[in-house]
Design a protein around this ligand. Structure first.
Ligand SMILES: [Zn+2]
Length: 501
């Protein structure tokens, strides 16, 4: 996620566009049903969605959950009904007596109910807590490490028609449906056990393991659907369209839809980048496309190849500047008017830094996961740092000065206080969270780079992306890997910046 930061002087950029309007695929005559009947262990349907160097991953990630979601968006565009079937494997070292799911709409201003829950075909009554955002499914016998079960349920979601809570990640507002975390999502089981809490308003909402998603969406046909993953098939059924996507490996599934979206696209290597916005924001949509393309090139080179063959950018009325999802970013439509000013600076300054930041999350949130509620610095501070790195690589040290000074002014909002960057979101006040995690945090990585030496540091970040690919990184894991790379003791610098005393 990216919150508003103090304005900074921009690099002005000529808008170069080599984008084209993408023709819509021709629908076939009957709605496809087969993809959702794909056997649990058959991952071949995901292959075409991954760049070549990533495809071997499909033979790894043993025991990753597989979700089959089948849902319908009603004509009013704020009611969703669905069916979920998910194969869950115990990849822990202990036996499990329960499986925990998040029902996030219940704390995002909307409502989610689940019915007809079964485990391996047997009816089960779940328990609810955390304001009905946690559904605990008891198991009739312990699930041993390595064993799998299949859970099946139906669900219904009412989407709020405001953007008041959590930046409007889940909302039907101004003719845009933003459908985030709108299916029952399995929690992470870690050293805290089943890890779930109510997310504070200021940070990201989810903490999720890598999984695979096969999703069939039925929706009014005048909607343009923008989704995580790659389209597998498309058909028409009466007034509806029926679209199937394969998304994975990924930590979530996201959908945005509007009858107003127009699309432009271009390719960067093996990746097709698609940008969606209403027609009157086409200047911003094209600019975002150019920036995303450059950022993917920079981060491919520096960290690891972007894993998917598709990357989508979509304009929504979110109150954050931008929000990251697997293979997709949502950007605030209010920063799309590139000829205008926003917050005292040219709008394209915000649009560029926001798009680059959200693209950076594809590596640090997507590829390398973390506990976004307990260790937000691992994704947010690092993503701010890689944004600075993008400015340096694209425009040189002088060109990066504007962004760098924006980080310093952010930290200055709390008087450059030595508040640790490594606290949970809930331990910061709103102004501290922004100043420390988004301002002081990236400056820690600048200091770490100096301490380790630039080359060793660059190798370390590459190694970090490789080591924790599709896994969940921890602060301790990051520190040990850095120490291994530099053969030095980094405890003092981590104590100075990261850890609470
Ligand atoms: Zn972010």
């Amino acid at each position: 996620m990216k919150k508003l930061f103090a304005s900074f002087l921009s690099l002005s950029l000529a808008l170069v566009s080599c984008s084209l309007l993408q023709p819509k695929p021709t629908p076939t005559s009957t709605p496809p049903t087969a993809p959702l009947e794909t056997p649990w262990d058959d991952r071949s349907i995901f292959e075409a969605g991954l760049v070549e160097s990533e495809q071997p991953t499909l033979a790894q990630l043993d025991g990753a959950s597989v979700y089959h979601l089948d849902f319908e968006i009603a004509d009013d565009l704020f009611h969703v009904t669905g069916a979920e079937e998910v194969r869950y494997t115990n990849t822990e070292t202990v036996s499990l007596n329960e499986v925990h799911f998040r029902l996030f709409p219940n704390i995002l201003g909307g409502k989610m109910t689940v019915s007809n829950l079964t485990v391996d075909g047997q009816s089960v009554i779940p328990k609810y807590s955390l304001q009905n955002s946690l559904m605990v499914v008891p198991l009739s016998k312990p699930l041993e490490p390595g064993q799998s079960i299949t859970l099946s349920m139906q669900y219904a979601v009412t989407v709020p028609q405001t953007v008041d809570l959590n930046y409007g990640v889940l909302a039907y507002f101004e003719d845009v449906l933003a459908l985030a975390h709108a299916y029952p999502m399995i929690c992470v089981y870690d050293d805290e056990g089943w890890n779930a809490e109510i997310p504070p308003q200021s940070g990201d909402v989810t903490y999720a393991d890598t999984a695979f998603f096969l999703v069939r969406v039925t929706a009014p046909k005048e909607l343009t659907l923008v989704m995580s993953g790659r389209e597998v098939s498309r058909a028409e059924a009466g007034q509806n369209q029926v679209v199937v996507v394969a998304n994975g490996p990924a930590r979530d599934f996201y959908l945005a839809a509007s009858p107003e979206y127009e699309e432009v696209f271009q390719t960067e290597g093996e990746v097709t980048i698609r940008s969606f916005a209403p027609e009157d924001l086409s200047g911003g949509a094209e600019f975002a496309l150019e920036i995303a393309s450059k950022a993917i090139r920079v981060f491919n080179e520096r960290y690891a190849p972007y894993p998917y063959t598709e990357f989508d950018i979509v304009a929504t009325p979110t109150l954050a500047l931008g929000i990251e999802y697997p293979g997709l970013i949502a950007i605030a439509d209010r920063i799309y008017d590139v000829d205008d000013e926003y917050g005292g600076a040219p709008t394209n300054v915000y649009l560029e830094s926001t798009v680059v930041h959200e693209v950076g999350h594809q590596w640090f949130y997507g590829l390398v996961g973390d506990d976004q509620l307990d260790d937000p610095w691992l994704d947010e501070s690092l993503t701010q740092f890689v944004t600075l790195q993008y400015y340096e690589d694209e425009y040189g040290a002088d060109g990066a000065e504007g962004f760098r000074s924006s980080l310093e002014s952010r930290w200055a909002r709390v008087g450059n206080a030595d508040i640790p960057i490594g606290l949970p979101v809930a331990d910061y006040s709103g102004v501290e969270y922004s100043a420390i995690v988004y301002g002081r945090g990236p400056l820690f990585f600048v200091a770490l780079k100096e301490e380790m030496g630039p080359e060793v540091f660059d190798d370390f970040l590459k190694k970090y992306a490789e080591t924790f690919s599709w896994e969940i990184a921890t602060p301790g894991g990051m520190q040990s890997l850095a120490e291994e790379q530099c053969s030095c003791d980094l405890q003092p610098i981590f104590e100075k910046w990261v850890y609470p005393p």
